[in-house]
Design a protein around this ligand. Sequence first.
Ligand SMILES: [Zn+2]
Length: 254
Amino acid sequence: MVCERGTVVSLAVIASVAEACLCVILIIVKIDPKILSGQIQDHIKWLENNKTGIHIEIASPLNELQIAAKKEGFQLTVCSGFRNFESQLALWNAKAVGARPLLDKNSRRLDISKLSPEDIMFAILRWSALPGLSRHHWGTDLDVYDRQALPKDYQLQLIPQEFEGTGYFAPMHDWLDNNLSRFGFFRPFEKDLGGVSPERWHISYAPLAQQYWKLLTLEHIRQVLTQVEFELKTHVIKALPEIYERFFQRITPP
Ligand SMILES: [Zn+2]
């Protein structure tokens, strides 16, 4: 009898120790800083086209949002989800050397030969994040549009004119205004706060993204960037505290 009882107690102790260990492991996995700057992608689930990745934990809320949108006649589609550090770096370099168009705040193309390195850097930051500071690194942030409102032979550009006023995708985004939060999503770039341009198409899953946003420190990004080579590096490192505050920390809260 005593022996049996002792066995039960021991099993209970083992179970609680195992549970505690599991918790510690989960916490360690959660705060791996590499997840914050797009340097690992074990948490990413790839959608059917295999090009779009999302955080595995947002698959269900995203699906529910898509079902609700469909009932209203919209085909809510992700055109850009997870992006790793290297892709963001390639995008940054292409814009810095003029291999990809650099736009002003009214979506007009800028002539980079007339701009100083600082001006080029801040012009890129209006529309594209610094590698390591992109919310797309987390898989919690998505650019979405209404696929069935996309005209045939029209190339999606992700510019405000498509998403506001009488734009093709404005009706779905008007509906999202009142429904995003029901599914845990919000728009971090909703208002122009002097950092990233308003991006109505960019939505974020708050329960996870808010955690990552708080964990990604200025020190972490400084460490990551000093170890790699990229265009405008000297200017970026010099202005890093300002870039971090204006283009990363300054968001429209959930
Ligand atoms: Zn985006």
